[in-house]
Ligand binder design. Structure first.
Ligand SMILES: [Zn+2]
Length: 478
């Protein structure tokens, strides 16, 4: 097979605040680390939005010609409610509420996370690593930091000394004076500076912690941040090409990961920082209580296809926030169903399975124009809304033969992951056509009533809806 160099990939880098060309340490290979879920409850769809984009990023890198190693951690050791070193242990709290052991809680919600991810067509990372199975690596890293003078033991805990890492505030553009204790955060007398963070707890505020391990500093458990540095180091080595996470990790978690890793390794650690912005609930349309509990299961309970949520996510750019409401969700679901229907029609036009497809036989210029637009959309800072627009442009391009359209769309879907390769099952199709037949019948009845009442505006509105459903609207005499 001829080996072509990978395509140039441009991505925004939080580290430099610029869109920059990806420049991996080893040519042709990308070492990618993503902060994974904390498994003490179901993942909110807002968190899953980040994993959808990471999945598209990994697929895009593969299409661009890179061999990718995608590592993701699972935080299954209890960590505190706050990013800082305070609050109650989330896993222990959940365990108490559900009357299960923290270990059961962690395994249960880990498998739930991957079940939900699979429903969103998020591919499992190549390496998934649990914090509880890497305590030795964390202890070793903390020891190195202590040996090198970047960490100190105090009152049974080990703290990272941020004064020893002058670049500490740079990544997030922090002002150290803002990190002083506030009314909300209690002063910790064991820390040299209040912004120092815990690497190992032997003396936590919660003496009944179930998850504990022996360490050189006593029996205890790791601070949260150290797990990512230790596991990324184990599986990817001392250089990470792309480090991903939610934008909420920038100020504390990723700032601390950088401090630990760069002080341990003695050099710059991450090439590109890829951060996804928030999903925001449309507070005008959704109550806090209904919004805060939103999971993939709450979508399916409303009859929404999880992949329609993936579609909605892709209509936004990863660096912008997405305003969520069920209205927005239902509108995305209609667009997504329309896309699937067109793909199904193409499949039917090509004789079912589309096995006789040959991109090479088509007009190369038209094919190239679409493929180029699609590649440019994604290679230039993962602009998924533009990539979706290219899919629609192909579906609506009447100069292309059905077999060609289908081949192009399925090729694109290898990156977008909208499940267009799977035939809509017969039962789905039946249900949908029955549902549509019902809708058409209801609209026809309403329109007849409007005409009878000589409400022409309403009749026209209903006519437009009927035409959108593909119904034949002809009015007989009278
Ligand atoms: Zn992390």
């Amino acid at each position: 097979m001829p080996t072509q160099p990978p395509a140039t990939v441009l991505l925004y880098n939080t580290g430099t605040r610029r869109v920059e060309a990806l420049n991996p340490t080893e040519s042709g290979r990308v070492r990618l680390y993503a902060c994974g879920p904390t498994v003490y409850k179901h993942a909110h769809i807002g968190n899953l939005r980040t994993y959808v984009f990471e999945d598209v990023l990994v697929r895009m890198l593969g299409r661009a010609g890179y061999a990718v190693t995608h590592v993701m951690n699972v935080t299954d050791v209890g960590h505190l409610q706050s990013d800082a070193d305070e609050g109650e242990d989330k896993m222990a709290l959940s365990a108490r509420q559900e009357q299960r052991s923290p270990w059961d809680i962690a395994r249960h919600y880990e498998s739930e996370f991957f079940r939900h991810a699979a429903l969103l067509n998020i591919r499992r990372p190549h390496i998934v690593c649990r914090a509880t199975e890497h305590i030795d690596e964390m202890v070793a890293m903390v020891r190195t930091l202590q040996d090198k003078g970047f960490a100190y033991e105090s009152g049974g805990n080990v703290y990272f000394d941020i004064a020893k890492f002058p670049a500490y505030a740079d990544f997030a553009g922090l002002r150290l004076e803002d990190l002083a204790p506030t009314e909300r955060v209690e002063e910790d007398a064991r820390k040299r500076q209040q912004a120092d963070f815990v690497l190992w707890f032997s003396q936590s505020k919660f003496p009944n912690q179930v998850m504990q391990w022996d360490s050189p500093w006593g029996r205890g458990f790791p601070g949260w941040h150290i797990e990512c540095s230790a596991m990324a180091g184990k599986y990817l080595g001392e250089h990470v090409d792309i480090h991903c996470g939610g934008v909420d990790h920038v100020r504390v978690h990723h700032t601390n990961e950088i401090a630990q890793s760069e002080c341990c390794f003695g050099h710059r650690w991450v090439g590109h920082w890829f951060h996804c912005d928030f999903l925001e609930l449309d507070r005008g349309k959704m109550s806090k209580s209904s919004g805060d509990m939103l999971t993939v299961d709450s979508l399916t309970a409303r009859g929404l296809d999880p992949l329609a949520f993936r579609y909605l996510v892709l209509t936004s750019h990863y660096r912008g926030s997405l305003r969520f409401s069920f209205d927005a969700m239902e509108s995305a679901a209609r667009s997504y169903a329309g896309m699937r229907r067109r793909v199904d029609e193409l499949r039917a036009a090509c004789g079912g399975d589309g096995s006789a497809l040959h991109l090479a036989q088509a007009d190369p210029q038209r094919v190239d124009a679409h493929a180029q637009a699609f590649n440019e959309a994604l290679l230039h800072d993962l602009r998924t809304p533009m990539a979706l627009a290219v899919v629609w442009a192909v579906l609506k391009d009447d100069s292309l033969a059905p077999a060609l359209k289908l081949a192009l769309v399925l090729d694109f879907d290898g990156v977008l992951g909208l499940g267009l390769d799977a035939c809509t099952t017969a039962s789905d199709a039946d249900t949908r056509s029955e549902g549509e037949a019902d809708e058409v019948a209801a609209l026809q009845t309403a329109r007849a009533a409007a005409r009878a009442a000589r409400d022409w505006a309403e009749a026209d509105r209903l006519r437009a809806l009927l035409l959108a459903l593909g119904a034949d609207v002809r009015d007989g005499k009278g």
